[in-house]
Design a protein around this ligand. Sequence first.
Ligand code: PAF
Length: 288
Amino acid sequence: MNTATQLPVIERVSELRAAVEAVRRRGGSVGLVPTMGYLHEGHQSLVARSAAGDDLTVVSVFVNPLQFAEGEDYGTYPRDLDRDTEMSAAAGAGLVFAPPAEEMYPQTPITSVTVKGLNAMLEGQIRPTHFDGVTTVVAKLLSILGPGRAYFGEKDYQQLVIIRRMVADLCLPVEVVGCPTFREPDGLAMSSRNVYLSTGERPAATVLWRSLQAGRDAVVGGSRDPGEVEAAIAAVLAAEPKASPDYVAVVDATTLDRPDVLAGELRLLVAARIGRARLIDNLGVSCD
Ligand code: PAF
């Protein structure tokens, strides 16, 4: 129990199952908001969305070692469970599940969930083991909890598409709810990793959002050539000396394939490094 909020903070799988089972026995519905903690308003919007429709909203706070490669920021990823619990309570959560790594992985896992192909493009080209770590832990959280709904931000758009596909392929009895990205007033997408930006780097970080808007303007202005739209995005990124782009992509919003000619629902995606922060962002565009 967090003494400030009176919100139960559960560390053990067996205790979580018992708490959730009690709600289900009464006919109540359960929503899961999986997070790695260090919550911001974007996470809170997912919690609030669940709290509006589910009888119990569970926020999981777990920095999942499986989704970090050697040399990435697993050790330094920001952590503050008290603050996360307070923010979860304020947004309407009923409990927080914050297992230690030994509880989630009591033995080295030799079982992994892979969403082939989708896990290797875009982010997967830069972080080849990342999405297998994500899908494995999300499958495990869904299996532990059995929620009727699970909530994910569109900020991690490729992750959302991959999780939807995993749920469809495995017939998991859960509805995946995608929720819009939350932005700072200057357009920077909220992310726990924004904390890595220095004061000098922070204004430069808006370049991702500005570049996406340039891409959207190109589509809205009539461009149907993905290369042309990507070039419009890349030109804005190139004008910011503090940003080192990892990729720029214009893809089909459902399959993440790059179309030859732009049509239907599209997603523009960018990733760039600014100092020690690696930032991603995306924007949906309709093209008829
Ligand atoms: O988006 C995240 O924070 C993580 O990838 C998730 C879904 C909680 C799995 O660790």
